[in-house]
Design a protein around this ligand. Structure first.
Ligand code: AMP
Length: 472
């Protein structure tokens, strides 16, 4: 089953992926497409970059064509819910590509732009609607779309959806979808909150999981630069003098910082744009387009805004701020070295971020090489102030290749809020970096206990209803 034909997809869909230059399905596609073609529910753990979009879009197209479903006004047969406008747009772009040789239309709706055009597009008819939750609810409330004909419901990036506070919206939307529809849930991570949501929505799902391909990580050369916080911007300008850095994504923890960094770079003559949740939709699209077209050399982004952005040829990823969640680091650096190319990931680490680096190294099971060859190298930051926490009796502090950094208890006082306490958990992160996007994660995982949220209750109810319907 090493090609798309072997997966059982209809010929025009195979032809479209061939035209896109895909010769072999990715692991997530190999695992997901056959059960989805059979109408099974699916729970997928996969990140952007794994080919997950095609893994649910291709079966949707196949099934629509096989059933000879024509575009209809206001009543789509497939609904794909995405947390951000950028991701929704990218899914729609994929649909257009993959549906090149079939008569299937997709319409994308998202907030932040006038609603009129979207209503017109829905009226013109489509089989698939891609939507962000808020705008979809608006359209539902205005009677511009009905969900009673939906046969496939996809929730993409469910973890982000919950992080961004869309739980109630998702609940309201899923309540309008027929009980017997095929439901697919993809998430980059599977915290208990997402698992509970999935338990309520999915019936006997096939479970698939792919970790980001190791080969990608191998093609990314990583390094960390220890630098005092107040020198980061100047260091960035220095680094940008390297002409090999052709297209770079710079990550900051806060929206405010993203703007400041972009402005600073512009002032030093580096064409830059910023995208984050506070920017108007067209400003975000303009920045993204400028970056894609090569007019902007730098795009500064926060984690949430960058989710779902798929730009080819990113030569470098720079972590201006280290993320406080290791998985965000993996996500970020995965933006370079796409499609077999090489890439570089450069991370700035200030005194407060030392604990974040330690967590990242543990998660990726490798030490990030230190680059001391820069003007602002801060040895005091490079020296950890405490032994790395011991893990499960394994010793060695959980870092492979240990001994690379001198372990000292006398180094600079670590006042970082993200260091680990004896229980191995991170404490005191609250408030770090102000309004960092990833802070939502903590909120998202607050519901781990036995107490069910309303969404979970509703989802469980809906699941039971669906199960009863299916077995009857
Ligand atoms: P996604 O994870 O859906 O965001 O996809 C990441 C990138 O992989 C996109 O640029 C797709 O065009 C590309 N892609 C998806 N499937 C394949 C495949 N089978 N072979 C090569 N590239 C692919």
């Amino acid at each position: 089953m090493s090609d798309f034909k072997g997966l059982g997809l209809i010929e025009p869909v195979q032809k479209a992926v061939a035209k896109e230059g895909y010769s072999t399905p990715t692991p997530i596609q190999v695992q997901s497409i056959p059960p989805l073609l059979k109408g099974r529910d699916l729970l997928g753990v996969a990140q952007t970059g794994t080919g997950k979009t095609a893994s649910f879009v291709l079966p949707i197209l196949h099934r629509l064509v096989e059933a000879n479903i024509l575009p209809s006004r206001k009543a789509p047969r497939a609904l794909i819910l995405a947390p951000t406008r950028e991701l929704a747009l990218q899914i729609q772009e994929s649909i257009v590509c993959y549906a090149r040789f079939v008569d299937v239309r997709g319409v994308v709706v998202f907030g932040g732009v006038p609603i009129g055009k979207q209503i017109k597009a829905l009226n013109a008819g489509a089989q698939i609607v891609v939507a962000t939750p808020g705008r979809l609810l608006d359209l539902m409330n205005q009677g511009k779309i009905r969900l009673d004909k939906v046969e496939t419901f996809v929730l993409d990036e469910a973890d982000r959806m919950l992080d961004m506070g869309f739980v109630h919206d998702v609940k309201k939307i899923s309540a309008e979808i027929p009980a017997k529809c095929q439901t697919v849930l993809f998430s980059a991570t599977m915290p208990a909150t997402v698992k509970k949501l999935a338990d309520g929505l999915l019936i006997k799902p096939v479970e698939v999981e792919v970790t980001p391909p190791a080969t990608t990580a191998e093609r990314i050369s990583q390094r960390v630069l220890f630098v005092p916080k107040q020198k980061k911007r100047t260091l960035l300008s220095e680094i940008m003098k390297n002409e090999d850095i052709t297209r770079v994504l710079v990550f900051t923890r806060t929206k405010h910082s993203a703007d400041r960094v972009a402005r600073h770079l512009e002032k030093s003559g580096v064409r830059s744009g910023a995208i984050h949740g506070d920017k108007a939709q067209n400003a975000r699209q303009r920045a993204l387009k400028g970056f894609r077209d090569g007019k902007l050399r730098v795009l500064v982004a926060t984690d949430i805004a960058a989710r779902g952005i798929d730009v080819d040829g990113v030569s470098h990823v720079i972590n201006f701020d280290l993320p406080n969640e290791p998985e965000s680091y993996v996500h970020r650096i995965g933006r370079t070295a796409r499609a077999g190319e090489k890439g570089e990931a450069i991370s700035f680490c200030d005194a407060q971020e030392r604990g974040y680096l330690r967590d990242i190294e543990k998660a990726i099971q490798q030490a990030v090489p230190i680059d001391e060859q820069h003007t602002f190298h801060a040895e005091a930051i490079a020296q950890p102030d405490e032994d790395p926490p011991k893990r499960g009796g394994g010793g060695g502090g959980g870092r492979k290749g240990g001994g690379r950094r001198p372990q000292t208890s006398q180094g600079e006082k670590h006042k970082g809020k993200g260091h680990r306490a004896k229980d191995g958990k991170r404490h005191g992160d609250k408030g770090h970096g102000g309004h960092g996007h990833s802070s939502g994660k903590g909120a998202g995982t607050k519901n781990h206990g036995s107490k069910k949220t309303n969404t979970q209750k509703a989802a469980a109810k809906r699941g039971a209803k669906r199960a009863a319907k299916r077995s009857s």
